[in-house]
Design a protein around this ligand. Structure first.
Ligand code: NAD
Length: 279
C-alpha cells in the first residue's frame, strides 16, 4: 500500500505558485483574491483564515468582505458586481454556506466566469462538461492532481464516486470522464452500494459519515480517495473511510487529515494565479 501524501504535494504546488506569482509581479500583475463571507459561521471563519494564510505565503493579495447575517440579496449581488468591475481583483470566492434567505445560485451566476476561481458559475461548469479549459472546482481538481503525481492512469478504469454534491461529486464525474474512465455515481438512494464499490478500480468517497466505507466494500488493490472530513467528539478528524482496515487492501489510499484537504486550498491558489495570468 502506498500513501497518497496530499500535504506534501500541496506544499510542492504552493512553492511552484510562489515562483509564478513573483514572475507575474515582475510583469506588473499583482494577483488578488476577494473572499465574501455572509454571517458568522464558525467553520467558514476557519476556512477563510486558512485561505488567507495560503495567499500570504504565496504572495497573493487577499481581501475579505464580511456581510451581516441579515444582508439582502440585492446587497450581495451589488457587492459581487462591484468586485467583477474592480480591475485590481483577479479572483472572487463566495464562502458557503450563506444564510438560507439568500439565493446562492444567483450569486454564483453573478460572479464573472473569468474571476470564478471556485468553478461554480454555470458557464465554467458547462465548460468542464465540454472538456474545455476552465476553472475546475478545487477539491475535484486536487484529486486529479494526486492521480497525476502518483501516475494513476484513469483510462478504461472503473471509477466509483460516492456522493453527488455540486462541489465534489458532480464535477468529479466530468473530471474522470475527461480522462476516459468509466464512471459510476452512487448516493443516498443507491441500492446495494457494496455491489458497486466492490467493482471499483478507483473509489472516491465524499459523503460526510465517519468510517462509512469498510474493508469488505473495496476491491483488493484498488485506489481509495477519501474526501470526508468528520470531527469526532474528541476533536479528532476522521475520513469517510475506515482507514486502518481499508489501507490493508488498497494499493493507494489518502489519509485524513493530510490527504485531499490540503490539496483543495492549493488548487484554489492555483486558480487565482491562473485567473491573474489569463488576463
Ligand atoms: P454533501 O454533504 O453535500 O452531500 C453528501 C453526499 O453523500 C450526498 O450526495 C448524498 O447522496 C451522499 N450520501 C449520504 N449518505 C449516503 C449513504 N449512506 N450512501 C451513499 N451516499 C450517501 O457532500 P459534500 O459537500 O461533497 O461533502 C462530503 C464530505 O466531504 C464532507 O465530510 C465534507 O466535509 C467533505 N469535504 C471535504 C473537502 C476537502 O477539501 N477535503 C471539500 C469538500 C467537502
Amino acid at each position: 500500500m502506498e500513501l497518497i501524501d496530499g500535504k506534501n504535494l500541496a506544499k510542492e504546488i504552493r512553492e511552484n505558485l510562489k515562483v509564478k506569482c513573483e514572475e507575474l509581479k515582475t510583469k506588473g500583475i499583482n494577483p488578488k483574491l476577494a473572499v465574501i463571507m455572509v454571517g458568522d459561521d464558525k467553520s467558514s471563519q476557519i476556512y477563510v483564515r486558512n485561505k488567507s494564510k495560503a495567499c500570504n505565503e504565496i504572495g497573493i493579495e487577499f481581501e475579505e468582505f464580511l456581510l451581516k447575517e441579515n444582508t439582502k440579496q440585492e446587497e450581495l449581488i451589488n457587492l459581487i458586481n462591484k468586485l467583477n468591475n474592480d480591475k485590481t481583483i483577479n479572483g472572487i470566492l463566495l464562502q458557503s454556506p450563506i444564510p438560507k434567505h439568500l439565493d446562492i445560485n444567483e450569486a454564483f451566476r453573478t460572479i464573472a466566469p473569468e474571476k470564478d476561481v471556485d468553478g461554480f458559475n454555470p458557464v465554467n461548469v458547462g465548460k468542464l462538461c465540454l472538456n474545455q479549459d476552465t476553472f475546475v472546482s478545487c477539491t475535484p481538481y486536487g484529486i486529479m492532481k494526486m492521480f497525476e503525481k502518483y501516475n494513476i492512469d484513469l483510462e478504461g478504469k472503473s471509477v466509483v464516486i460516492i456522493g453527488r454534491s455540486n462541489i465534489v461529486g458532480k464535477p468529479l464525474i466530468q473530471c474522470c470522464l475527461n480522462k476516459n474512465a468509466t464512471v459510476t455515481v452512487c448516493h443516498s438512494k443507491t441500492r446495494d452500494l457494496k455491489e458497486y464499490t466492490k467493482r471499483a478500480d478507483i473509489l472516491i468517497v465524499a459523503i460526510g459519515k465517519s468510517k462509512f466505507v469498510t474493508e469488505d466494500m473495496v476491491k483488493q488493490d484498488s485506489v481509495v480517495i477519501d474526501v470526508g472530513i468528520n470531527r469526532g467528539e474528541d476533536g479528532k478528524l476522521t475520513g469517510d473511510v475506515d482507514f486502518d482496515n481499508v489501507s490493508k487492501k488498497a494499493s493507494f489510499i489518502t489519509p485524513v487529515p493530510g490527504g485531499v484537504g490540503p490539496m483543495t486550498i492549493a488548487m484554489l491558489m492555483n486558480n487565482v494565479i491562473k485567473a491573474s495570468s489569463d488576463k
